[in-house]
Ligand binder design. Structure first.
Ligand SMILES: Cc1cc2nc3c(=O)[nH]c(=O)nc-3n(C[C@H](O)[C@H](O)[C@H](O)COP(=O)(O)OP(=O)(O)OC[C@H]3O[C@@H](n4cnc5c(N)ncnc54)[C@H](O)[C@@H]3O)c2cc1C
Length: 449
């Protein structure tokens, strides 16, 4: 049987960028997707894509920024709201048409010589000892066959179809379990309102008492009179009302008269990234590796960037003629350095929110304790300066418990920073390191539930 260089399962942002990167480095690539050609790229999404990610792609892979009809609007800031208080954040980006942008990337891959097989589903990994040697795929007519490849990339989205079929005994370093609480369900509509809306050039996220903690309601600009509106929360929390009704009721606070142009629901991972996303002959990228931000669910940009690192790692290993776990390990370092470390901090912030609940968050915002500056310091892993500390003490009266929670969060961030600094250089040190990581992360997560 012929052996391909790289087999990629899933032609979303992660898969298509992996394919482009590998093809540019001269590899023979097969990109497989369960959808038909004219559906690839389509995804129920908030459509916000930060420019920092697309600029990185332009620099590293030469992919031109979203433009023309691929962009329905641009945004210049993101606003978090709770209890009527707003915290603005800087951040520029595009409101993309996922379909048109996804189709352009797919076409670029094809032009570079990537073979694309549509309406073909990745079913499971094919292994030889503790090495992945390709995957079993299934065509629309039900026929199954094996595709052999030096490296297989699982970019199949939140379902992580290939990763989840690995045996934990043979691949102890890579997580294969799936927990419902690591995912959020979401529902969104694209609406047209009758006048210029109030959210021009903005991504607006609202945390509310009537939305289970860990979830939020969003309104994103999509043009002068168009909005992308949605709601989501962790899948392990049931709500009597149901997501659609929740969205419609909240939307009433903003708009009573609007036309719905598009609607749909989907699942998004909401967890810190896989601490190891490689095995011999195998790499996981995008939602399949929990690469979306656990706090905001922003995963399009991270998936594009992870796709680049996956493709580059695969190409470097194949060009060296060695694609065992050790050779692919630098992928983990790249992901952690680029966005993984930040996503861990967001996870810790989310866990603190779960502890203080929405009332605690409202208190922090109403008393101006949690400000843009403080949030930035926390996310950037900076120590909180003495003036900010004094302000926090002053404003927390008489609920000083909240100061201890913030202090604890800072200590946790520091602890995880230290852990990340000692991330193993190769797979040998990983089991010990990972046991420490899991012990600390589980302690925090268990105590928030
Ligand atoms: C409602 C919602 C709103 C969101 N809003 C935003 C936002 O505003 N900004 C942002 O940055 N992110 C947002 N996200 C997250 C973002 O959509 C994802 O993180 C991103 O699409 C992940 O890209 P991916 O390539 O990993 O996976 P996907 O985009 O899910 O692509 C996976 C591909 O794999 C294919 N596939 C799946 N299973 C198989 C299989 N077994 N065999 C073959 N092919 C398969 C699918 O057909 C698909 O083409 C949102 C997500 C949701 C659900």
């Amino acid at each position: 049987m012929d052996e391909l260089d790289v087999l990629i399962i899933g032609a979303g942002p992660a898969g298509v960028i992996s394919a482009i990167t590998c093809a540019k480095m001269g590899l023979e690539v097969l990109l497989v997707d369960s959808k038909s050609f004219d559906q690839i790229g389509k995804k129920v999404c908030g459509d916000g894509l930060f420019k920092s990610f697309t600029s990185f792609l332009e620099k590293e892979v030469g992919i031109i920024q979203p433009h023309g009809s691929e962009v329905s609007d641009t945004f210049e800031s993101m606003v978090l709201r709770a209890a009527g208080v707003d915290i603005p954040f800087e951040g520029q980006g595009f409101m993309v048409d996922r379909f048109l942008y996804g189709q352009r990337l797919l076409k670029e891959a094809i032009d570079l010589g990537v073979n694309v097989r549509v309406e073909t589903k990745g079913i499971k990994a094919q292994v030889d000892g503790n090495c992945v040697i390709g995957a079993i795929v299934e065509e629309k007519n039900g026929s199954q066959y094996f595709i052999k490849a030096k490296i297989t990339i699982d970019s199949s989205g939140h379902n992580c179809q290939i990763r989840k079929t690995l045996s934990q005994n043979l691949f102890p370093n890579i997580e294969t379990r799936i927990n419902k609480s690591d995912f959020a369900g979401s529902y969104r509509e694209i609406i047209r309102v009758n006048e210029d809306h109030l959210f021009q050039k903005k991504l607006f996220l609202e945390f509310r008492r009537d939305i289970p903690i860990g979830g939020y309601f969003w309104i994103f600009t999509k043009g002068k009179r168009m909005l992308n509106v949605g709601i989501g929360w962790p899948m392990n929390i049931n709500s009597q009302k149901g997501m659609k009704k929740h969205l419609w009721d909240i939307l009433e606070d903003y708009y009573s008269d609007y036309e719905v142009l598009e609607r749909g629901g989907h699942t998004v991972p909401m967890r810190y990234p896989l601490m190891n996303a490689v095995a011999s002959g195998f790499i996981v990228a995008g939602d399949a590796a929990f690469h979306a931000n656990p706090f905001s669910a922003e995963g399009h940009g991270p998936a594009l960037v992870a796709g680049y690192y996956a493709g580059k790692t695969a190409a470097d290993a194949i060009n060296k003629g060695n694609f065992v776990e050790d050779q692919l390990w630098k992928y983990n370092h790249n992901i952690l350095k680029h966005f993984g470390g930040i996503h861990i901090r967001y996870q810790l912030i989310l866990e603190m929110l779960r502890k203080i609940q929405i009332t605690g968050l409202e208190f922090l915002l109403k008393r101006s304790i949690l400000t843009e500056e403080l949030m930035k310091q926390i996310v950037d892993g900076e120590s909180i300066n003495i003036l900010s500390k004094l302000r926090i003490v002053w404003r927390s009266f008489p609920y000083y418990g909240i100061i201890f929670k913030l202090r604890k969060l800072q200590k946790q961030i520091y602890l995880f920073e230290k852990l990340l600094q000692s991330y193993p250089k190769n797979p040998t040190g990983f089991p010990h390191w990972n046991a420490q990581f899991n012990k600390n992360m589980n302690l925090i997560r268990d105590s928030s539930s």
